[in-house]
Design a protein around this ligand. Structure first.
Ligand SMILES: [Zn+2]
Length: 373
């Protein structure tokens, strides 16, 4: 809701003055235009269509993921399009192209919203939605539209550790290639010590927040990956003991995605009460080390750098979303608050309002250079 929108801090907000010229420029104006910095690719505001800040924040973060932008803006997606569900992916490609290559300082995501809203009517309502749920719907729809089937290969050669045996996905898309990871759960019966394993794919990791006031992202990760003992009603059936037993469960990452998205579980349910945790979570901009949580044989790129953040201000059912994104062309951080766009220093990227964090294990290249006409 606009009333809860935070005011931009004057000390660091440098609002862009965009040179938009409708009339043919005269000679001095043209010289001035040449001297002024060109419009930044991917630095484009998004119109709010009535409480659609959750959608805008997610679109900005996805627009900062260069390999994804490249795939859509270059038209590569067209050959992968499935016949029966083209609308969402096509509309997504249009909005990404407008945001990346367009000449307007501001774009309307209306066509994209209509495409998604025809499948999920909740997104057509003028009510606030959860940005994390919206992100999952978008990624799922894009995957469905662009997936390719692969024959399942038999087990990989060599003796990969049993706990880390790879389940080979039978469907892949640009979404699974970039965002899909896999968790491996080891489940041990505490009576007979028999161990079983279970794999689960993820695109967003929902992390618990272990403190009400202040903690680090590593604290949240440790909390997620620590061993959990299931007792009483949560006991699991052991096939060796043939009864329910106390069980120790521990998760580890058996496939780390190129881009890992963390959802900080700020919306907490205490019985019938819901509340928002306003914990100040410290997260690194560079070199987030996931080594302790990745199965040893799959530790290829354990270091991650932050590329985008979704912020949430206000309360559970209202509030306002904004995004901070690192631009792959300028390497600078920008704050996106619907139509308002400003460059921010690196030191302003860490705030207590962070709700979703996007980390990449590889530096992004510039997707597509804008052609000067
Ligand atoms: Zn047992």
């Amino acid at each position: 809701m606009t009333s809860q929108r935070p005011l931009p801090a004057d000390d660091f907000s440098i609002y862009y003055v965009l040179a938009e010229c409708t009339d043919p420029p005269d000679a001095p104006a043209l010289a001035e235009l040449r001297a002024s910095p060109p419009r930044r690719q991917g630095v484009t505001g998004l119109r709010n269509l009535g409480n659609t800040c959750y959608m805008n924040a997610i679109l900005q973060c996805l627009c900062s993921v260069s390999p994804l932008v490249e795939y859509f803006v270059s038209g590569k997606y067209i050959t992968a399009l499935q016949r029966d569900c083209r609308e969402v992916a096509t509309a997504f490609a249009y909005v990404m192209t407008d945001m990346w290559l367009g000449d307007s300082e501001c774009v309307s995501p209306e066509v994209f919203r209509s495409a998604l809203g025809s499948l999920y009517p909740a997104f057509m309502k003028k009510t606030q939605q959860d940005a994390q749920e919206f992100l999952i719907y978008v990624l799922n729809e894009l995957h469905e539209a662009l997936k390719k089937y692969h024959r399942k290969r038999s087990h990989e050669k060599g003796s990969v550790l049993r706990c880390c045996r790879k389940v080979i996905a039978s469907e892949s898309s640009i979404i699974t290639q970039l965002f899909e990871g896999q968790l491996n759960y080891s489940i041990m019966c505490l009576k007979c010590e028999n161990c079983t394993y279970k794999n689960e794919v993820f695109t967003v990791l929902s992390l618990p927040i272990p403190s009400e006031y202040e903690c680090s992202l590593q604290d949240c990760l440790q909390c997620f990956f620590q061993q959990d003992t299931l007792t009483w009603n949560n006991q699991i059936h052991c096939s060796f003991c043939e009864t329910k037993q106390e069980t120790a469960v521990r998760a580890s990452i058996s496939k780390a995605p190129k881009i890992i998205i963390f959802h900080l579980k700020r919306f907490d349910i205490l019985g019938t009460m819901k509340r928002k945790l306003r914990t100040d979570i410290h997260y690194p901009l560079t070199n987030l080390d996931l080594t302790p949580y990745i199965c040893p044989v799959f530790r290829k790129h354990p270091k991650y750098n932050l590329c985008a953040v979704v912020n949430h201000f206000g309360d559970l059912d209202g509030g306002h979303y904004t995004a901070f994104c690192k631009n792959s062309v300028t390497q600078a951080w920008y704050s996106f608050d619907d139509t308002r766009v400003s460059e921010i220093p690196d030191t302003s990227v860490q705030t207590a309002t962070a709700y979703l964090l996007f980390y990449s294990c590889q530096p992004f290249s510039i997707p597509i250079k804008k052609c000067k006409s």
